[in-house]
Design a binder for this molecule. Structure first.
Ligand code: ZN
Length: 158
């Protein structure tokens, strides 16, 4: 089942295949490092956004228990390649080694930076997903106002 979140007047959706992919990176044991990547998806005419695919840690990225740096240029290559499937950059995701994740100040800074570089397209938002051991939480930034808020979960897989 997809996971759906309320984002102001629109809906943000993580598709089932994406959730399955993300679940593999949950830091549910002490040896699992932090992971991250890009969110690739589509926005419909109403502004509802669906994440259809993600990039995952690649060779060249820096991973430790509490850190993930997306350093590989391959993420961008995959992003460009995804346009052929009509999938576009919608934000990014990363994991935290806690049950219920909260963004760190470093996350907030990096999200604000991402927002600055986001061009308004079919979506007025950029999305930031944190995968905790138990919970998946979503924040969204308004590309126009640069405001970042948390999205409310509508439905979750059991
Ligand atoms: Zn973080």
């Amino acid at each position: 089942m997809d996971m759906r979140y309320n984002v102001d007047e629109i809906e943000f959706r993580l598709n089932e295949v994406v959730i399955k992919k993300l679940n593999k990176f949950r830091q549910n044991s002490s040896i699992v490092p932090e992971s991250g990547g890009l969110l690739l998806g589509r926005t419909d005419i109403q502004g509802n956004t669906k994440i259809i695919d993600i990039t995952v840690p690649l060779e060249g990225d820096i991973q430790s228990r509490f850190r993930f740096f997306r350093k590989s240029s391959k993420h961008k290559e995959i992003l460009l390649e995804s346009r052929k499937r009509c999938l576009y950059f919608k934000g990014n995701w990363h994991t935290h080694p806690v049950k219920d994740p909260e963004p760190s100040w470093v996350d907030m800074l990096s999200w604000k930076n991402t927002l600055k570089n986001c061009k308004p397209g079919e979506s007025r938002y950029c999305f930031f997903v944190i995968i905790g051991i138990k919970k998946i939480r979503v924040w969204y930034g308004n590309i126009y106002t640069k405001e970042i808020k948390e999205a409310n979960l509508i439905q979750e897989i059991l």
